[in-house]
Design a protein around this ligand. Structure first.
Ligand code: ADP
Length: 449
């Protein structure tokens, strides 16, 4: 028993449907040609090489039977992508050749059915790339010119579409009416069918997209659950380390203390990674984005983050200089703003040398709040700047300096900035430092704070 579900590609099934449709259209076309030949022969009495024309129509029927047999019986509608391409080309070419010959032996360009080439071009452009369609158009135009020149200079015989004993005007009316009406009806049919097919394709794409979004949400929720489960015990572990280090559980030797400090440092890094993953999963699942937005005081958020990461800066004796007007308000959610400032600030500290200076400023710039995080750290190469907002990307230099990074901080920041309708840009020079500029929408000062 086949336990694996069949892979369903909408593009693939669409092309096999097109083949089915083409075969059906060809049956209809062959019937149409047969009826037209009977009418112009018996009702209008045109003088044409009918035996040849009926033979051509017979060939069309035969060829289509061959296509139907190959497609439905031999291949059971199951063609490889390469075979589909080839099969469609063969069909289009045979259609052009048969239509061309039918028209040539029945008045050529004076035959109003010569407009039927338009439908073939419409169908060609529906399935093939525009370059292929233009190649077909080029070959057709060359053929038209050659045959017209041949007829004009009498190299080729001209099969005139005319009834005996009829005036030129009367002679043209029935052909033109039938030609024009059928052109209109068929173009309406083809355009509406193609439109319906495109709409159907759009609907299928939307359904598939929603399926992937659901899967992505399940994945994010899974990460969220796992990281939440991990966070508790690791945070507890860190707490125990701190208790032992503070001597609460009894006196410890200098050697144990040093080893425990290392363990505590690694546990803190692990907690950081877990926190970033939690933030990332939240951002992915979109739940953070639903947070209520309000007017946030930028100076307060900056101070909060400075206090949060002061210990990190102190360890490297980094001096953080900050200015921000008290009346700068940002429209956003507190969590998202802390994610933005927190990540940029910790990166600046991580990737800066000891005793350097970091600038963390907030200011009003035109109609936006501008937050600047500037460091004198290792900076980045120009070609690395394009990738730093991609998930899990870390520069080689960063991996050497800081082993425990995730490469998720900046993608999280970017998402947070975008969900607040803001913009982020970065300027950096290798070995000379980086500056991250965040622009967020301004808010008016709330009535009571
Ligand atoms: P992580 O810091 O965990 O590696 P991020 O997504 O925060 O992940 O950053 C991605 C990469 O961008 C970093 O690994 C680093 O190479 C580069 N980067 C970010 N901020 C800075 C900075 N201030 N100075 C130099 N490089 C930076």
């Amino acid at each position: 028993m086949d336990t694996f579900p069949k892979i369903n590609s909408s593009e693939y099934s669409d092309l096999t449907n097109v083949i089915k449709w083409f075969i059906l259209l060809r049956w209809v076309a062959a019937c149409g040609v047969c009826i037209t030949l009977i009418v112009i022969q018996t009702v209008f009495g045109y003088v044409l090489p009918y035996a040849l024309l009926y033979t051509l129509n017979g060939i069309l029927l035969l060829v289509n039977t061959g296509y139907a047999f190959y497609f439905f019986r031999l291949k059971n509608r199951n063609l490889l992508r390469r075979e589909i391409q080839f099969f469609l080309h063969i069909q289009i070419c045979s259609d052009y050749i048969i239509l061309f010959l039918l028209l040539y032996f029945s008045g050529f360009l004076s035959n109003p059915f010569s407009y039927f080439f338009v439908f073939h071009i419409m169908l060609t452009s529906y399935i093939f790339a525009s370059a292929v369609t233009y190649r077909y158009i080029f070959i057709l135009t060359a053929l038209f010119l050659l045959v017209t020149a041949g007829e004009y200079f009498s190299f080729l015989p001209h099969y005139a579409l005319s009834a005996p004993d009829s005036g030129a005007y009367r002679e043209l009316i029935p052909q033109r009416v039938i030609g024009l009406t059928s052109t209109l009806v068929i173009s309406a049919y083809l355009t509406t069918t193609i439109k319906a097919r495109l709409e159907e394709k759009g609907r299928k794409t939307e359904i598939e997209l929603n399926k992937y979004k659901d899967l992505d949400n399940i994945k994010s929720n899974f990460i969220l659950q796992v990281t939440h489960e991990l966070r508790g015990p690791i945070a507890a572990l860190k707490g125990y380390h701190e208790m032992i280090l503070k001597g609460i559980t009894g006196k410890i030797s200098g050697h144990t203390s040093r080893t425990l400090l290392k363990a505590d440092h690694r546990t803190a890094n692990l907690l950081n990674i877990i926190d970033e993953m939690i933030d990332y999963a939240y951002m992915q699942s979109g739940s953070r984005l639903k947070n209520k937005t309000s007017a946030l005081n930028a100076a307060d958020s900056i101070t909060y983050n400075l206090e949060m990461y002061e210990h990190m800066a102190q360890e490297k004796q980094i001096n953080i200089r900050t200015t921000c007007p008290r009346d700068l308000y940002i429209k956003g959610s507190r969590d998202l703003l802390n994610i933005i400032i927190g990540n940029l600030l910790t990166n600046a500290i991580k990737y800066s040398p000891e005793r350097s200076t970091i600038i963390l400023n907030g200011e009003k710039m035109e109609h936006m709040a501008h937050i600047l995080v500037k460091d004198q750290g290792m900076g980045m190469k120009a070609d690395e700047l394009d990738s730093i907002f991609e998930e899990f990307y870390r520069t080689r230099a960063a991996r050497e300096i800081e082993k425990d990074g995730t490469g998720l901080g900046l993608p999280i920041v970017k998402r947070a900035v975008q969900s607040l309708d803001g913009k982020i840009s970065v300027y950096s020079e290798e070995g000379r430092g980086s500056s991250f500029h965040v622009y967020l929408p301004l808010a008016t000062k709330p009535q009571k704070e």
